[in-house]
Write a protein that binds this ligand. Structure first.
Ligand SMILES: [Zn+2]
Length: 302
C-alpha cells in the first residue's frame, strides 16, 4: 500500500522526515573507505569495502582474483573482477560476518553491523475505504503484478553496472523517504520503500546507472507505469508512476540515458518519481548511495 502525497501539509511533514533522514546520513557512520583496486593477494588487503553499513544501506566490496568470500558462513557470489554486494534491510540489526580467504590460505574477517535508523510513522485518515482495502478482484491483480516484479528481480548475473556509481534519475524536491511506516485509516501498511522526487508529468527520467531493463509495464495497480532496471549481481532499481516508458524489456541502457517520463499513474495524488532499489529481496534506500540532493537548492514542493 502506498499513498503518494505530493502536496499540502503531508508534503511538509514528509520534508521534515527527510531532514531527519539527512541529518542521520551525514552523521558519522561506519564508512568503509575505498582505496585503489586490490593488489596482489600475497601482500595487499584481501578485501576492500565502500558504502554505508546502515539500515537500508549497501556495501560494495571487491576482492583480488582467487579470493573466496563467505557471508555469515555461506559462500557469496562475486563478479569475475571481484566485485560483490552486501545489503542491509530496513529492520536489520544483527551484525553480518564477512570472511575472505586467499588462495594461500590467509583469511580476513570483518564484522558489518548496520547502524540503526529511526523511521517515521505517518498516519493518514479519512481515505476512501476502497483505497485502503482493495476488493477481491483488485487483490488478485495486485498478486499477479507482484509476482511479475518478483520474477524480474530474481535474476542474478555477473554484470557490474553498479560499479560506476549512481546519479539522480530526476531532479526535484524529495517528498517521500525510505522506510516510513504508513498507517492508513488506522490500519498499518507496509513501509514506503522508495525515495519520492516531485517533478512535473513528462519530465525525463534518466538511468541512474547502466543496466538491463528487466520489466516495462504500462500500468500496474499501485505503481502505474513501472520500469525495472537491473544493475548486476541482483541489484536493481524500480521506477514507479511513470507517464511514459521509452525502453523495452531486454534493452541495455547507459547511465544518463533517458528511459521514461515522470507521471502520476497508479495510486498517487501528484506527479513524482518513486525510485526504489532492491538487492534480491532486500530493500535498499537509494538515498544512501547518493552524495547530494536531487537538486542543488530551492524551496520544497508545491
Ligand atoms: Zn512513493
Amino acid at each position: 500500500m502506498h499513498g503518494h502525497l505530493a502536496s499540502g501539509p503531508i508534503a511538509k511533514a514528509m520534508l521534515r522526515l527527510r531532514r531527519v533522514a539527512k541529518a542521520f546520513l551525514v552523521a558519522p557512520l561506519l564508512f568503509l573507505a575505498a582505496a585503489s583496486a586490490p593488489g596482489h593477494a600475497e601482500s595487499g588487503p584481501l578485501v576492500e569495502l565502500s558504502g554505508q553499513a546502515v539500515q537500508g544501506g549497501l556495501i560494495v566490496g571487491r576482492v583480488p582474483a582467487g579470493v573466496e568470500i563467505e557471508l555469515d558462513g555461506a559462500p557469496l557470489q562475486h563478479a569475475d573482477d571481484g566485485y560483490f554486494l552486501v545489503g542491509f534491510g530496513r529492520d536489520e540489526t544483527e551484525a553480518r560476518r564477512l570472511t575472505v580467504r586467499g588462495p594461500d590460505g590467509r583469511s580476513e574477517s570483518r564484522k558489518l553491523k548496520p547502524e540503526p535508523r529511526e523511521f517515521d510513522i505517518q498516519r493518514i485518515d479519512g481515505l476512501p475505504p476502497s483505497q485502503v482495502t482493495p476488493d477481491p478482484e483488485s487483490l488478485e491483480r495486485i498478486r499477479r503484478e507482484a509476482a511479475q516484479v518478483r520474477r524480474a528481480r530474481a535474476r542474478i548475473d555477473r554484470r557490474i553496472d553498479f560499479a560506476g556509481g549512481f546519479i539522480w534519475p530526476v531532479e526535484g524536491p524529495i517528498t517521500g523517504v525510505y522506510g516510513s511506516q504508513r498507517i492508513l485509516n488506522g490500519e498499518p501498511r507496509s513501509p514506503h520503500w522508495g525515495v519520492d522526487v516531485a517533478a512535473p508529468t513528462g519530465t525525463p527520467v534518466i538511468a541512474p546507472a547502466a543496466g538491463l531493463i528487466t520489466l516495462a509495464h504500462p500500468g500496474m495497480y499501485f505503481s502505474g507505469g513501472t520500469l525495472l532496471l537491473d544493475h548486476g549481481l541482483g541489484l536493481s532499481s524500480a521506477f514507479l508512476h511513470l507517464d511514459e516508458i521509452l525502453v523495452e524489456t531486454g534493452q541495455q541502457v547507459e547511465q544518463g540515458e533517458v528511459i521514461a517520463r515522470v507521471g502520476a499513474t497508479g495510486r498517487v495524488t501528484g506527479a513524482h518519481l518513486d525510485w526504489r532499489m532492491n538487492l534480491g529481496d532486500t530493500r535498499i534506500d537509494p538515498e544512501t548511495l547518493m552524495d547530494g540532493r536531487p537538486q542543488a537548492a530551492g524551496p520544497a514542493s508545491e
